[in-house]
Design a protein around this ligand. Sequence first.
Ligand code: FES
Length: 161
Amino acid sequence: MTQVDEIDLAGVDEVLSRFPSPEESDLIPILQQTQEAYGYLPAPVMQKISDVTRIPMARIYGVATFYAQFSFEPRAKHTIRCCRGTACHVKGISGVIDAIERELGIQEGESTPDLMFYLDTVACLGTCFLAPVIMIDDQYYGQLTAKRVGAILRSYREEET
Ligand code: FES
């Protein structure tokens, strides 16, 4: 399988070496450290974990899919969470989301091709007094307008240069 060839297993070997006699209770720390090493959990890496720990793949996937922190796809560097709650809706979040989608060329549930941003929406960010509000990673942007979106997103791209 080509994907196997593309994934360097040295990262997972290093993680597994920290667990000389791995038990099922080590599975979550192993998955956490593996995800830190790769940014997500590639299939060949999951297979390697199963081979070494002798924990069946189905069990490992069962655990990994239970926790939202684990991802099986490469993740974008920054996650944008737009609030779709009532307060934000009333204050015009739709225009903000449209502006983000236009600026990035993606829709909810998608990442930009350069894996810089992932766009998501949530029911309420719990900061309705900031409506309309979005979060980028752990940073809130409140009383947001469509006009400010471009500058905010560009500031993240500029950080990289
Ligand atoms: S409705 Fe948007 S933060 Fe609560």
